[in-house]
Write a protein of this length. Sequence first.
Lengths: 113, 112
Amino acid sequence: DVKVTQSSRYLVKRTGEKVFLECVQDMDHENMFWYRQDPGLGLRLIYFSYDVKMKEKGDIPEGYSVSREKKERFSLILESASTNQTSMYLCASLTGGTKGGYTFGSGTRLTVV
Amino acid sequence: ELKVEQNPLFLSMQEGKNYTIYCNYSTTSDRLYWYRQDPGKSLESLFVLLSNGAVKQEGRLMASLDTKARLSTLHITAAVHDLSATYFCAVVGGGSQGNLIFGKGTKLSVKP
């Protein structure tokens, strides 16, 4: 089974801090994604990457950047954390074959104070 | 712009009852996914529907796809408390990178 690992389940950071959220997958997938999930808003795509060093903006990229230096690792960076970035962050890797779709990591609940 | 709408957004039902969750999407797509999310947890894949008329079943859940109507349904049969969760449908968005567009989710609560 594909495994997608997010390094932290819970994080508390201060306003203005630079925050790194890490995501690692173990199946050599090209496509990886970062979403944030908020009550009433569902899942919104922040960034995705379809290869090493390749990235594309999703629907809500403002205030975020990403890094994909190695195929297995896709990092989300909050350049200067703000309280409105308090959210659940979900990383996903695109699974091919008959199942298809995403495999999600366990999520990181980030609180910015 | 592809939009995915689920209804209802909230559903409270009694154990033993049947109900259907609906997922409409706005542009053509030949692939639709259903996910389940338990409180505080991540999303778990339930079904992938790959063609018009596709039907998948697992336990008390059955999903179907009508690509002409741009509609998928998730039918719950004889609900049990363990099915309480939020259910999302998702459709492949534009582009070749496979990014999914999600509905807002249906929060299901099954009461004894």
